[in-house]
Design a protein around this ligand. Structure first.
Ligand code: CMC
Length: 437
């Protein structure tokens, strides 16, 4: 609590309402509005733009200055010096692991990479052209039916076992979605490979070949997972917390996060980047599309540019750009027509007055979309990969919330519907005005 008190003066009230304020370790102070309910008021904040829904020690974002910290560590340092699994440990446990702790953690995750054999049969129920996110929502929710030995959410030991299972099995399930769509046999994980190598092996390997994973590409995949690992109280994380506040099991909660991430306003932007590049079709059309993006009367926007929170630069995009250049050079794809459009677009946007003035820099989705396209991952798998990386963030928030005294999430509303009225008999009732649906 701080010494500052917020005072709310309401015209019709005689007395001002005094509200306590709190300071975090970083970021703006918050005003505690909980006492307002007893005074007969709710706060109104659709989209939660001004509402801190919880206290958290996991991730901090300062959008104005392009800062993203996990447990205090800047994302660029983690991307450069750490790896995805070490970052998972950090997010879950709050500190970087010692060498022994790291080795044990990697061993535990590797031990959990296989999924129950019945899950392969479960996949057969999906049509071959099912969207992979539809399969992920269903399969991850169904995991609770297979691993009910660790579903006591009041037991921290059960919680951590479920966390390990989810982090370990997500790449296996993601690759199974892809293999199912291709009509190829599912690949078992190979415990001699690292987390990201294993994912590449399960995606692109076949049982007929020895594992062959290009280290540049698996490193790029590791960075994509790492850079998506957590992003504070975004829509899917808030959904996971809300689902978890009811006492739902971890697999059900993560499935709710996956469903939320699926929306184009959240996890779908990297897919939109690729669709836009295909629509542009040729370098000669770029100027036309840039003009459309700048035209106030045209709703078209350059996908992969701009960010709601990061107004100077997206710190994840800086890292992704370097990785993108490495991948394109490794694969000799500098002349790929689609990727040529992407590079040209990037140059124009970085030099054009409109984009500079409005601070519309390429964001993380611009580069991750290009990298995944170059690696050969189909666009409908992009959000699945995002979900694979984000799973640890969802679990870290879910676990943090359960460690406190949990209050079920229950927002209130500003009701603008009908006032009380009496039921009238159907006979003689006028036709309903169907303006809602
Ligand atoms: N292309 C052209 N103009 C743009 C763009 C764009 N991509 N983004 C914003 N603008 C313009 C917009 O028209 C407005 O102009 P004016 O001031 O003349 O009306 C101005 O810039 C501010 O736009 P805004 O919509 O108020 O900005 P916002 O912060 O609300 O929107 C955004 C952020 C990400 C929704 C938006 O930049 C956008 O639609 N970008 C393209 C989609 C995209 O790449 N989304 C992924 C974001 S990263 C997701 C993640 O972190 O996971």
């Amino acid at each position: 609590m701080t010494d500052k008190k917020a005072t709310l003066n309401i015209d019709s009230e005689n007395e001002a309402i005094s509200l306590p304020t709190y300071s975090g370790s970083l970021g703006p102070d918050v005003i505690d509005v909980r006492g307002l309910t007893s005074k007969g008021y709710f706060t109104y904040d659709p989209g939660f733009v001004s509402t801190a829904s919880c206290e958290s020690k996991i991730t901090f974002i300062d959008g104005a200055n392009g800062v993203l910290l996990h447990r205090g560590y800047p994302i660029d340092q983690l991307a450069e010096k750490s790896d995805f699994l070490e970052t998972c440990y950090l997010l879950l446990h709050g500190e970087l692991p010692s060498l022994d702790e790291y080795t044990d953690f990697v061993k535990i995750i590797i031990n959990h990479t296989m999924v129950h054999e019945s899950i392969a049969r479960f996949f057969r129920g999906f049509h071959h052209d099912s969207h992979p996110m539809a399969m992920m929502c269903g399969i991850v929710g169904a995991l609770s039916a297979f691993y009910h030995d660790s579903l006591d959410i009041t037991d921290p030991r059960h919680r951590i076992i479920s966390a390990h299972r989810l982090i370990a099995k997500m790449p296996t399930l993601a690759a199974m979605c892809y293999k199912h769509s291709q009509g190829q046999p599912f690949m078992y994980p190979n415990n001699n490979l690292s987390y990201s190598e294993n994912f590449m092996h399960m995606m692109f390997g076949t049982p007929c070949d020895d594992p062959q994973v290009n280290p540049v590409l698996s490193r790029a995949m590791d960075k994509i997972f790492l850079l998506h690992a957590d992003h504070e109280q975004n829509a899917s994380t808030s959904t996971v917390r809300l689902a978890g506040s009811s006492g739902a099991n971890p697999f059900a909660c993560i499935a709710s996060g996956i469903a939320t991430l699926w929306g184009p306003a959240h996890g779908g932007a990297n897919e939109a980047v690729l669709k836009m590049l295909e629509e542009i079709g040729d370098v000669s059309n770029i100027d036309k599309f840039v003009a459309k993006a700048k035209d106030k009367n045209d709703p078209f926007r350059l996908m992969g540019f701009g960010h709601r929170v990061y107004k100077n630069f997206d710190p994840r995009a800086k890292v992704m750009k370097e990785t993108c250049d490495e991948v394109l050079a490794e694969l000799g794809l500098e002349d790929d027509p689609l990727l040529k459009i992407a590079k040209r677009l990037e140059t124009i946007a970085l030099e054009d007055e409109y984009f500079i003035e409005k601070k519309l820099y390429p964001n993380v989705d611009f580069y991750s979309g290009i990298i995944m396209k170059a690696i050969g991952i189909p666009t409908d798998m992009f959000t699945v990969i995002f979900a694979t990386g984000r799973t640890v963030g969802w679990i870290a928030h879910w676990h943090e919330m359960l460690g406190e005294s949990v209050k079920i999430g229950r927002p209130r509303q500003l009701y603008t519907g009908a006032k009380p009225r009496d039921y009238s008999p159907r006979e003689g009732r006028p036709a309903a005005a169907k303006e809602v649906f």
